[in-house]
Design a protein around this ligand. Sequence first.
Ligand SMILES: [Zn+2]
Length: 116
Amino acid sequence: MISTPAVLDTCPRCGTPTLVGHSEGLLIRATAGPLDPRGELDALTAGQMTYDVQPLGLPRKPYLIHRNAWRIHADRKYAVVATHKCPPGARAPHFRPDPVPLFIPYGEPIPDQPQF
Ligand SMILES: [Zn+2]
């Protein structure tokens, strides 16, 4: 089952910015904004699934990891997003920009002039 890094894309039905990527073989369209614990509870009771946005690889790219009961019970380490639901009365956008690959910066940048 493949997992691919999430890219920033727009929903083809409503034009909302979403994170799109494969998570263990399933294509996931998730909200681009993170959820607090209360927002996650609202999403779960509304029937949406939630995902950890976990940085993996070099350079760091965001992967969507399904939050099962173990991950929900444990302490939060990553931003949490839910599957995207289009608002009622959504209209398809006339123009959709290309998906944007995302990179997560980490650590201190290497200086151009090392001090040694
Ligand atoms: Zn939508």
